[in-house]
Write a protein that binds this ligand. Structure first.
Ligand SMILES: Nc1ncnc2c1ncn2[C@@H]1O[C@H](COP(=O)(O)OP(=O)(O)OP(=O)(O)O)[C@@H](O)[C@H]1O
Length: 268
């Protein structure tokens, strides 16, 4: 991996504050080169939607952002902080797991599958991490959980178990659980693709409200309507490279690249 200067780390290359600054990301699995030098920059409060065909590297990129995958080359900074590594002099050290876990507190992640603890109620799921990791008291965490469950429209489900909820409700609990850690950034990896079609809208509505509230988000999605309405930036990835990026109006309505046009003609 490579690194930049401390000033760059704090502000991004142009002196502008960035929540995500990923530069020159390379990632291979064995001989399969999945990311071939990807840059991604996300400003505070911005929603970036990652689109691209299956296998183009979208999930891998997302996972590199919080060091769930180790990059082969390149740097990731979240809110100015180098993720997964420390630079001392001209040497680069990988951080111990404990410190990586500490960094991940800044980043909420919502996956395709909700991964709730099945033996815990909804509210127990939401307060688990803030009490265990942030050291919040149960009373404090429950109070915050009540607010978050109201925010995702599940105030009346606090005492339910995951099995008693629909997929859409479980995904909304997963969002509340991620928000309970007060993240600076939310990453969504195809959050609606495991849901029955009639449940997709309720999850997208919660995400839309989150965006309206100013949350910085990177969303891997096949929901082009969401990208168009909610995204500030659309990044089209194909074959492990960013083929095109810009506003939804530009990329989705006036794509410049043949690969983008071909992808959109299949999904629109
Ligand atoms: N842990 C892994 N080990 C080996 N290969 C992997 C691993 N994770 C992903 N891959 C491969 O890397 C490529 C990119 O996968 P990735 O999940 O990032 O793509 P994607 O654009 O998110 O695709 P999809 O839209 O289908 O989820 C695929 O060929 C996938 O099979």
């Amino acid at each position: 991996m490579t690194t930049g200067s401390a000033a760059e780390a704090a502000t991004g290359r142009g002196g502008e504050r960035l929540v995500v600054e990923a530069l020159g990301i390379h990632k291979s699995y064995g001989s399969l080169e999945v990311l071939k030098g990807v840059d991604l920059r996300v400003r505070p409060g911005e929603v970036t939607c990652l689109l691209g065909p299956s296998g183009s590297g979208k999930s891998t990129l997302l996972r590199c952002l919080n060091h769930l995958e180790r990059v082969d080359a390149g740097t990731v900074r979240i809110d100015g902080e180098l993720v997964g590594y420390r630079v001392k002099g001209d040497k680069v050290y990988e951080l111990p797991k404990r410190e990586v876990a500490h960094q991940r507190r800044n980043v909420g992640m919502v996956f395709q599958r909700f991964n709730l603890f099945p033996h815990m109620t909804v509210v127990q799921n939401v307060i688990e991490a803030p009490t265990r990791v942030l050291g919040q008291s149960k009373a404090e965490a429950r109070e915050r959980a009540r607010e978050l469950l109201a925010q995702v429209g599940l105030a009346d489900k606090a005492q339910a178990y995951p099995v008693q909820l629909s997929g859409g409700q479980q995904q909304r609990v997963a969002i509340a659980r991620a928000l309970a850690m007060q993240p600076k950034l939310m990453l969504f990896d195809e959050p609606t693709s495991a849901l029955d079609p009639e449940l997709v809208g309720e999850v997208l509505d919660v995400m839309r409200r989150l965006a309206d509230g100013g949350m910085t988000m990177v969303v891997v999605t096949h929901e082009i309507g969401f990208a168009r309405e909610v995204g500030d930036t659309v990044v089209f990835l194909d074959g492990g490279v960013v083929v095109e990026e810009g506003t939804p109006a530009d990329v989705l309505s006036r794509p410049q690249h043949e690969r983008t046009r071909s992808f959109l003609s299949k999904v629109l």
